[in-house]
Design a protein around this ligand. Sequence first.
Ligand code: HGY
Ligand code: MN
Ligand code: MN
Length: 411
Amino acid sequence: MPININRLSAEIEELASYSAVPAPAVTRILYSAEDQAARAWLREKVIEAGLSIREDGLGNMYVTLEGSDSGLPSVATGSHIDAIPYSGKYDGVVGVLGGLEALRSIREQGLQPKRDIELILFTSEEPTRFGLGCLGSRAMAGNLSAADLAALTDADGNDLESLRKQAGFTQPLDKVQLSTVNYHAFVELHIEQGPRLERDKLDIGIVTSIAAPATLRVTLKGDGGHAGATLMPGRRDALVAASEIVLDVEKAAQDSGSPDSVATVGLMQVHPGAVNSIPSDVLMEIDIRDTQLATRDGMVARIQQTIADVCERRNIGVTVEVLNMDAPCQCGSQILETIESVTKDKGYSYKTLVSRAYHDALFMAQLCPTAMIFVPSENGYSHRPEEFTAAAEIEKGVEVLAETLCSLAMQ
Ligand code: HGY
Ligand code: MN
Ligand code: MN
């Protein structure tokens, strides 16, 4: 299936321009001005392509290429266009614009699938705005109720309800949830965000399972004061306590015995944040993952115990909130076979692998058989401005996606 890679590459560059920070970095936070402008741009592309479009109360966007029998459960693809601060232009975007390119190519080839083929833009795959990732796909899968969603507020105290309405999404949130009869299959195209495909000089990654993320939000309350006039004995420095915890977060992943264990403190706020003032308060968020649930949960338990021990010893007040503890997912064997046979037919090199990043596919797997197609990331870079995947590699991924969608939509 011929892909118009020049059109797609130009669109990837165009979409990258909707950013709160200058190129080559991209920042595009849910419901921000840049997010809304990017969504408006995408709507135009969809309408130009002659495809139908609908959006729900969270801003999930559904683009449909009609099949001959629209009564059947659809085949879907999709990903996200929100981008964490100072990240790159391919994460999520390759799955959304690559999916659009796949639908356009199928249509331009005059192919008529039996089942509708849908492209889904998932709202807020990244946790940046509300501290929880995959808001759209979680809600679609019924993991978040309308009340859960409406209760979300961001770090500045803005609530989801007002932000979504300001962005023009006024439909009721209780209509976001989908049912398991909606979809026959879901396939997400994504950059690998790791080094394996490039290292092994492979074109395609066929994802067999997706790692399970857990996130803890920890607040530490010590005692502040003058950095010069307060002597060391008796201090209750919240940042020193946090630092002990950070070191054990790293050790928990190193000691787990599993090569897939990762743990990171990616967010830390220190109050009052003055060089000559003892930190009285710290807020930190901890990201803990493994492809095996038991290993991941073992790390969470150890880190929670460390937090309790350090805070007791240092007489620090503490709260620990579990923001999410998701289960890993196994991808659908029938879809994996379809992706593999399409990839083989095209003569592309490939391997099966686990996804260490989470994706909306993690939640779509609760609704229907689901799988992912990876394309290589240069140096394995992602979530940083140097993120890069060559056009020729994206083209192969979109070709495999388009032919996989066609094959599944003919079933
Ligand atoms: O963090 C992740 O795995 C995804 O990129 N949001
Ligand atoms: Mn990401
Ligand atoms: Mn992503």
